[in-house]
Design a protein around this ligand. Sequence first.
Ligand SMILES: NC(=O)c1ccc[n+]([C@@H]2O[C@H](COP(=O)([O-])OP(=O)(O)OC[C@H]3O[C@@H](n4cnc5c(N)ncnc54)[C@H](OP(=O)(O)O)[C@@H]3O)[C@@H](O)[C@H]2O)c1
Length: 238
Amino acid sequence: MKRAIVLGASSGIGQGVARELVKEGYRVGITGRRTELLEKLKAENPENYIFQTFDITDITTSVNHLKELVDKMGGLDLLLINSGTGHRNEALDFEVEKPAILTNVLGFTAIADWAFNYFREKEKGQIAVVSSVAGIRGMRFAPAYGASKAYQINYMQALRNKARNLNLPIVISDIRPGFVDTAMAQGEGIFWVASVEKAARQIVSSLLREDEIIYVSRRWRGMAQLIRLIPRFLYEKI
Ligand SMILES: NC(=O)c1ccc[n+]([C@@H]2O[C@H](COP(=O)([O-])OP(=O)(O)OC[C@H]3O[C@@H](n4cnc5c(N)ncnc54)[C@H](OP(=O)(O)O)[C@@H]3O)[C@@H](O)[C@H]2O)c1
């Protein structure tokens, strides 16, 4: 039986992906800070879920929690780093920026580094992150969120280079959603909003194909290209 861990599976995209992976026959490790939601997901299929509660921003303990979960699962084939946060912050209040930096940058990096070294030793495996189309170009209304997602995109590219350079068959997948209907995607100005179920199905089929750059829903690939191509003088007026 293949084994996957989904970090941040207590709600939203991560929960949907965990369910899809179970449908695909995976044993799935699920994590997050909200134990009661992890327990609820496990109750849907107690044989195939195993959970561990931890906060990825606590980098003194996060890797140990992850190791413990991997041990309980008897090994790991796929790790999805989906835990993430971010808020609109027109006022540039640092307290609003901080959770995005701690979660999407600090917490993410500690986990990604451990996972790469784990799979390096095994000489195979797959690491995926849920970054965002928001990481393509700076965003005035949520600067830390956009920048933290750009960091993840860049970091995954670095890990991909590293795997190729070491001649290791470690697959590095970067999932870049546009908008998905979750607690995080609220407010005005959102469009092309995918349901969690649709997003999860697309993510899992792409991960199983070992795709490296994954847009969800698929039409966001064209939008990401457009965002890149808008001349700077125009982009800065948006
Ligand atoms: N929804 C969108 O439109 C959209 C678009 C692009 C990218 N994304 C990305 O998709 C990912 C999932 O977000 P979502 O939309 O599904 O929202 P969500 O329902 O709020 O899910 C966020 C998940 O991350 C976990 N998490 C957050 N902070 C954590 C921490 N410090 N330690 C451990 N787990 C933590 C949460 O679990 P606990 O609260 O239980 O800890 C939850 O399971 C995020 O990385 C987000 O940036 C979302």
